[in-house]
Design a protein around this ligand. Structure first.
Ligand SMILES: Cc1cc2nc3c(=O)[nH]c(=O)nc-3n(C[C@H](O)[C@H](O)[C@H](O)COP(=O)(O)OP(=O)(O)OC[C@H]3O[C@@H](n4cnc5c(N)ncnc54)[C@H](O)[C@@H]3O)c2cc1C
Length: 383
């Protein structure tokens, strides 16, 4: 490193383990800036923040293509759900890692050299540590990414879910001075991170791309034949136009409308599916190594016991609530639910889980940001 330069990597901002070592060429003074102080500096100086942030992003991209990517090695088989969970976690956390497929002879050699057997998979190999039957939680723990709150002081707002809605709420909550905690069962990004591309988000004329792990056309692009089975008469009714266009023109994707998957067969893994054509009322079995279900959207709200939902399980808020939804706690508070407030005082629902929501990124972020105004009012009413 030369005089006047600065070192550091993106994990200074994310709190992940440090991957970068540095050597100075000439004697001099090194100023050590702790992460909290750096974040403070970046918040106060926009110009400096731009320079530092761009450099950190560029370094992360460089690292992902360099030998540093060998720091975390994930070994498993392509068809294992546990391995997929680990890879999804690593991808969504933007962890620098390498994937080894235990079904390929080349990667089996790596397994043997690490002393791993089939029953150890999925495994994570890091310098000095081998994690057998690894889970996202275990990996997070080892990397120091698990959440540990040091203070015992209650937070102002806890946000469950770091999809677009939760992220927007967290950004607005924290920037408006609320002590904010954002939790997610997997990692940041939500459904948007599982989509190959988010279209129709203002300000991004070419769309925003996410991870392509679950992208069907990505699968077909890697040489697999893909059948898209649809119960309805055509795919255009419920799907974004850009996805329909990509699917219909893809030479390896066959769209089967008015059809249903009626049977699955296999041993340890899926080997065959039976597809029933409802027009001709015929069934045929075809070899199949993977099945992706995109059947409707189910709200992940069952853990919120006692909350008012619609018949479809999506959470009702504010004007969607009737007097009979509001228990005695509301009478004590002496107020009606605020915008985005649920039937439980102080609990707000935004984004896809919200009854009647648009199921769009822009709507989810808008709701997340707007709900923070209600959080301020609810806190003020408690004072
Ligand atoms: C394939 C696909 C393509 C799409 N294309 C577009 C598009 O082009 N344009 C567009 O505008 N929208 C698109 N969408 C819709 C868009 O992705 C969603 O509307 C948006 O992601 C909703 O954001 P959200 O934050 O409400 O929920 P989600 O994105 O679903 O995020 C919810 C988060 O909560 C976490 N979570 C759930 N339960 C718990 C729990 N109990 N504890 C902790 N964490 C939990 C999940 O892990 C997840 O990260 C697409 C969706 C899909 C699936």
């Amino acid at each position: 490193m030369d005089a006047g330069g600065f070192v550091g990597e993106l994990n200074l901002l994310t709190g992940q383990n440090v991957y970068l070592l540095c050597r100075v060429r000439e004697g001099g003074t090194v100023y050590r800036v702790p992460p909290e102080r750096l974040r403070q500096l970046m918040a106060n100086d926009v110009e400096l923040s731009d320079v530092v942030f761009k450099a950190l992003i560029a370094r992360r991209e460089l690292l992902q293509r360099s030998t540093a990517a060998l720091a975390v090695e994930i070994v498993g088989t392509d068809r294992s759900a546990a391995a997929l969970a680990l890879r999804t976690y690593a991808a969504r956390q933007r962890l620098i890692h390498q994937w080894f497929d235990a079904d390929t002879p080349a990667d089996q050699a790596m397994m043997e050299s690490s002393g791993l057997a089939a029953e150890d998979l999925p495994a994570v190999v890091m310098p000095g540590v081998t994690m057998r039957q690894a889970t996202p939680g275990g990996l997070a723990e080892k990397l120091g990414l698990s959440y540990r709150r040091s203070s015992v002081k209650p937070v102002d707002v806890t946000i469950v879910g770091a999809g677009p809605a939760g992220l927007a709420a967290a950004v607005y909550g924290a920037s408006e001075g609320l002590d904010t905690v954002l939790l997610d069962a997997v990692a940041t990004g939500g459904l948007a991170a599982a989509s190959s591309r988010i279209e129709n988000y203002l300000g991004f004329p070419f769309g925003l791309s996410g991870a392509d792990l679950t992208d069907l056309t990505g699968l077909a692009g890697r040489g697999s034949d893909v059948s898209l089975v649809v119960r309805g008469p055509d795919i255009a009714a419920e799907m974004s136009a850009y996805l329909v266009d990509r699917l219909l023109v893809h030479p390896r994707v066959t769209v089967r409308c008015r059809s249903e998957v009626t049977r699955l067969d296999g041993g340890d893994f899926l080997e065959e599916v039976t597809i029933t054509d409802r027009t001709a009322d015929t069934a045929h079995a075809q070899p199949c190594a993977g099945l992706f279900c995109f059947i409707g959207a189910e709200p992940a709200a069952s853990w919120l016991t006692g909350i008012a939902t619609g018949d479809d399980g999506f959470i009702r808020t504010d004007v969607q609530l009737t007097d009979s939804d509001l228990g005695p706690a509301w009478a004590t508070l002496g107020r009606r639910p605020l915008p985005f407030e649920t039937s439980i005082p102080g609990v707000f629902a935004v984004g896809d889980v919200h009854s009647g929501s648009m199921k769009r990124v822009a709507a989810a972020t808008g709701e997340g940001a707007s709900a923070i105004a209600s959080v301020h009012k609810a806190i003020a009413a408690l004072a």
